[in-house]
Ligand binder design. Structure first.
Ligand SMILES: NC(=O)c1ccc[n+]([C@@H]2O[C@H](COP(=O)([O-])OP(=O)(O)OC[C@H]3O[C@@H](n4cnc5c(N)ncnc54)[C@H](O)[C@@H]3O)[C@@H](O)[C@H]2O)c1
Ligand SMILES: O=C(O)C1=N[C@H](C(=O)O)CCC1
Length: 248
């Protein structure tokens, strides 16, 4: 049995992870902690893998503490930057156990991972590309971590193919063109009734390709979270993205 502790256990995602860990036949819940709890209660004696779903402002500190506690960590919280990832790598270099692992995914749903993957495959064939993400209005960050990741995926593919910047004659913009991430415009919608959705729009003269993921329920993320829990220890260091655990 894999012993799993959940950090952010009272949250929307954390609560679902607690249930998924309790329901799976090969995982058992160790500790379920939330804001104000002492994360140093998590130790290799009681925990193999800590799953972290909190808020972007506290996630780095939590992950650094968990690395120091000697456990592997699966992170679903968004807000990761290159600077934060460098701090995680530095902490892993000093970790108490050899070959400790941190796995971070902006999105654990297969539809979202494939949307990102297909966007990367398609990007070099299209002159224009934009990303629209649509989420529930209780989400604290915009644009979504998933949309930022997809924008980088598209931008990397365009650069590798030697494409020119996306065409855009806009001269006045009060914010309507969205945020530019790595040269790709990203738009965020917050609407009651939505959960987590992303559309990648790719355009050429006379044609359009739309790639869309709809996660109607947080249960959609749980198979990916459990996959990461099962595989994290086989990937020492920092791994980013569920695509690395799939046969894509
Ligand atoms: N990777 C994915 O597939 C995926 C899917 C959905 C959401 N998310 C991301 O997961 C994060 C959480 O989303 P949510 O909807 O569950 O948010 P939420 O607000 O429902 O839950 C966050 C929880 O973290 C707790 N918390 C705050 N500070 C803490 C601290 N210092 N230590 C421990 N717990 C603390 C809060 O009390 C709360 O219970 C967000 O960044 C969101 O974007 C990722
Ligand atoms: O509900 C959220 O919050 C989500 N956050 C992640 C993101 O920002 O990409 C994944 C989708 C749901």
């Amino acid at each position: 049995m894999i012993k799993v502790s959940v950090v952010g256990a009272k949250g929307r995602m954390g609560g679902n992870v607690v249930n998924a860990v309790n329901d799976a036949s090969d995982t058992e819940l160790a500790l379920a902690l939330d804001a104000g709890d002492d994360l140093t209660r998590i130790t290799p004696d009681n925990t193999d893998v800590a799953v972290e779903f909190t808020v972007p402002s506290v996630s780095l500190g939590n992950v650094l503490t968990l690395i120091g506690q000697g456990v592997d960590v699966v992170v679903g919280t968004t807000g990761w930057t290159d600077e934060k990832l460098d701090q995680v790598r530095a902490a892993l270099a000093q970790a108490p156990r050899p070959n400790q692992s941190v796995f971070i995914a902006p999105n654990f749903a297969i539809s979202a991972v494939l949307t990102d993957h297909f966007a990367g495959l398609a990007a070099k064939y299209f002159e224009s590309a934009e990303v629209v993400e649509m989420h529930h209005p209780d989400k604290v960050d915009a644009p979504s971590g998933t949309a930022i990741h997809t924008a980088h995926t598209i931008a990397d593919a365009r650069k590798a193919a030697g494409l020119a910047p996306v065409p855009d004659a806009t001269e006045t913009d009060g914010g309507s063109r969205g945020q530019t991430v790595d040269g790709i415009h990203v738009h965020a919608v917050r609407l009651r009734g939505l959960n987590a959705h992303e559309e990648v729009l790719l355009g050429n003269p006379g044609e359009q390709l739309v790639i869309r993921s709809d996660c109607f329920d947080r249960g959609s993320f749980m198979p990916g979270v459990l996959l990461a829990v099962r595989k994290v220890s086989a990937h020492p260091g920092v791994t980013i993205g569920l695509n690395n655990l799939l046969d894509l």
